[in-house]
Design a protein around this ligand. Structure first.
Ligand SMILES: Nc1ncnc2c1ncn2[C@@H]1O[C@H](COP(=O)(O)OP(=O)(O)OP(=O)(O)O)[C@@H](O)[C@H]1O
Ligand SMILES: Cc1ncc(CO)c(N)n1
Ligand SMILES: [Mg+2]
Length: 716
């Protein structure tokens, strides 16, 4: 099994303080920690064994448990019935080969690695010896006083890229590093003080998990049957997961011969084959959420339950499918009691009215009765219940979420959408819900997001014209409507064409002595200050032209974007300029003291003349090079592509380099490109030609602006 390293707690008895290690671990696991490493250099082996036994009890299979260094304690605790999943070893500790030999092939064995030589060592071992690496330290930290020099995020990225096994980032990791570390290839964050010393370890763990989930697409597994007509089952699940922002995977429990009119036959592959599919996933892929649909019979249920027991994915949504929309059975009647056994493995179960009646043995004739039955179900099995009102008579189709703890209810009223095409709504809703939960939404928010998406898809279902019976919903309607597909492909082509058309301008900029000297740090300070003085003048009026784009924008979204960019130019970028030009104060008077050079005047005249023409499309095309060329140049400078020294924090112009390599600036540039390309796609050939001209002329002004800084005209 592959270890889920997403949030990794390393214990420290001193930092846990009076609360103690056991209580800290309990709370941290409540909050979403997925793997715990017991680390106590001072404890005896006997103490360590006893503590492992206690930790195994409080963790109760909800997270993996490994011990730092103490192989013998791990073995002793295992002998006494504790679930100890493995060990984490340092470079100087016991041999990983011996650990693998005595703990067996299923144990989780981790190793600390912080140099390319350590990676070489891992590569030299037989495959399967080491499961993961702890790579650090990321930042200087007090919890490991003898730590090697900090790698930083870039250093981590280089090691992780060369590692044959997943790498957790460890050492001084801060919550604000989450996105950058995930982007750098981290399989997870290992934290010591941030959790051990937290006032509320559960809340802190939740925050980390939330940030981690928000930083990447979740890997969502559907365990369900196949519907060849594509509206229900795994086919619906994969579309729903994708539409809601997840990476979808599917393990088949059963194949149906089915269309929009009904189910003709069901084939259930042997349970061993189901298990083989499940293991193929969990041996290789960290599963962020599971959605369970059609289970066919009791053998299938048992197989899934056993696998869930071993793997314990962090989010499990169970759609207790019994009967299809068409009225055909999808679960053996004698397997209904086995399904009850699976409820304890789920976080949320999503019954319709009939399923709720079967699961509780109560009559569920109206919405009041449904809510009462949901309370009973939730209390009896400790599971949250999303009751679905799709089968109610009348114009209202409410859903309601009943919390597992405390029975809090959240109602979602909704008017019935006039459509016959509801085949697979239950499958689609539960997969969307699993995906939204795995993206980090709370249950109440995730249900709201899944419902909003489903309602849009239900409205568009009829237009698909799939089948003669109850047709499917249109899972991707939202993406199609938002201009996806055709627009995206065409916009991509225009984008590549325009970028190519300024290739020679870009190549010239790279060669300018001003740029090469900026990259290698030899640029004379007075040239840099001349450039900044001109750039300050430029930015002040550039911001005014951005504001004009906001005034002309056709949608409030674009209006807000250009207005925000204007604010960023006048506040964010100018702050940097002022810090160089007026370090001792003096404000505007010093920041804008320069006499405008000809290149500055010329560029601004161009922007103002396009703005004066009042054509929004042309104006945003003229504004684009300032975003795009700076993001491109800033990114390449920061990556050391022009000169390795540009990555060094001691570079004399490091603060300038940082500003233009900022991921937020890159994101703004992507959005600006999107708006310009969408406009270029919308307009006719003549309009596109005018846009292209405005764009290339601005690019040439960018080149001239940099060139002017090589040999500035004397200023007064
Ligand atoms: N006509 C409709 N208009 C609006 N929402 C609907 C409509 N039909 C179903 N829904 C919604 O679709 C979801 C699925 O509800 P339903 O009660 O139909 O589940 P189900 O019977 O399990 O579906 P399935 O038949 O696919 O198994 C719920 O959120 C429900 O409110
Ligand atoms: C395979 C499959 N799963 C679930 C449903 C429920 O709609 C269906 N019709 N088919
Ligand atoms: Mg259903």
């Amino acid at each position: 099994m592959i270890a889920d390293l997403s949030l990794y707690l390393v214990t420290d008895p001193d930092l846990c303080g009076a609360r103690g290690v056991v209580e800290t671990v309990r709370q941290a696991v409540d909050g979403g920690v997925r793997i715990v490493q017991l680390r106590d250099k001072a404890a005896t082996d006997a103490d360590t064994t006893a503590l492992l036994i206690e930790l195994s009890r409080v963790i109760d299979g909800r997270a993996l448990l490994v011990v730092n260094d103490r192989l013998d304690a791990a073995l002793a605790a295992r002998e006494q019935g504790a679930r100890v999943d493995g060990v984490h070893l340092g470079q100087g500790d016991a041999s990983v080969l011996r650990a693998r030999e005595v703990l067996g092939p299923d144990a989780i064995i981790g190793l600390t690695a912080n140099t390319p030589e350590h990676l070489q060592g891992v590569l030299a071992l037989p495959e399967g010896t080491v499961d993961y690496l702890g790579v650090g330290v990321i930042r200087p930290t007090a919890t490991k006083p003898d730590h090697p020099p900090a790698l930083g995020i870039d250093g981590f990225e280089a090691l992780a890229a060369a590692s044959p096994v997943p790498c957790a980032a460890i050492g001084g990791v801060r919550i604000d590093d989450t996105e950058a570390l995930r982007a750098a290839g981290a399989a997870g964050l290992a934290v010591v003080s941030a959790l051990c010393a937290a006032d509320d370890p559960a809340a802190t763990a939740q925050e980390f998990v939330h940030r981690w989930r928000g930083a990447g697409a979740p890997r969502v597994l559907s365990i369900a049957g196949s519907d060849p007509s594509g509206g229900a089952g795994i086919q619906a699940d994969l579309k729903s997961i994708a539409a809601n922002g997840g990476y979808g995977m599917a393990v088949l429990t059963a194949l149906t011969a089915q269309n929009t009119c009904g189910v003709r036959a069901v084939h259930v592959p042997p349970p061993e084959f189901l298990r083989a599919q499940l293991d193929a996933i969990s041996d290789d892929i960290v599963v962020d959420a599971v959605k369970i649909g059609m289970l066919a019979d009791a053998d299938v249920i048992r197989t899934v339950a056993d696998w869930l027991d071993e793997v314990r994915p962090p989010i499990v949504v169970l759609d207790p499918v019994m009967v299809a929309t068409s009225g055909d059975r999808l679960l053996d009647p004698d397997a209904e009691s086995a399904l009850l056994g699976l409820l304890g493995h789920a976080d949320i179960v999503t019954p319709n009215l009939a399923e709720l009646a079967v699961l509780t043995g109560q009559d569920v004739d109206d919405w009041e009765a449904a809510l009462a039955a949901a309370d009973v179900l939730s209390e009896r099995f400790g599971v949250a219940v999303l009751v679905k009102g799709g089968h109610l008579d009348g114009d209202e189709v409410p859903d309601a979420l009943v919390d597992s703890a405390g029975g809090l209810r959240h109602g979602y009223p909704g008017a019935r959408i006039a459509t016959a095409h509801t085949h697979g709504t239950g499958c689609s809703l539960s997969s969307a819900l699993a995906t939204q939960l795995a993206r980090g939404l709370t249950p109440v928010e995730a249900v709201a997001a899944a419902r909003a998406w489903l309602r849009e898809s239900l409205r568009a279902g009829g237009a698909l014209q799939v089948g003669q019976g109850r047709g499917p919903v249109s899972h991707l309607a939202g993406l199609w409507r938002r201009g996806g597909l055709d627009t995206a492909a065409a916009a991509e082509e225009i984008r590549e064409d325009w970028w190519e058309r300024i290739a020679s301008v870009r190549a010239d900029i790279d060669e300018l002595p001003f740029i090469t000297a900026l990259a290698d740090g030899t640029l004379a300070r007075d040239l840099f200050l001349f450039y900044l003085g001109q750039d300050a003048l430029y930015l002040r009026d550039y911001a005014r032209v951005l504001a004009e784009a906001a005034r002309l924008a056709p949608t409030s979204h674009e209006q807000a974007f250009w207005a925000h960019s204007a604010h960023g130019a006048i506040v964010g970028e100018l702050e940097l300029h002022a810090s160089w030009l007026a370090p001792a104060g003096g404000g505007d008077a010093r920041t804008f003291a320069a006499t405008p050079a000809p290149a500055t005047v010329a560029y601004l005249d161009h922007l103002r003349s396009v703005a004066f023409g009042g054509d929004y499309d042309e104006l945003i095309a003229a504004l684009l090079p300032c975003f795009w060329l700076y993001t491109d140049l800033g990114g390449r400078l920061h990556a050391g592509e022009l000169d390795a020294f540009a990555r060094d924090p001691r570079h004399p112009y490091a603060s300038w380099l940082e500003t233009y390599a900022d991921p937020a600036f890159a994101a703004a540039t992507e959005e600006a490109i999107d708006h310009v390309m969408a406009a270029a796609h919308r307009t006719d050939a003549a309009g596109r030609q005018r846009m292209l001209r405005a764009f290339t002329v601005s690019s040439e002004h960018e080149r001239a602006f940099f060139a002017a800084a090589e040999s500035p005209a004397p200023t007064t």
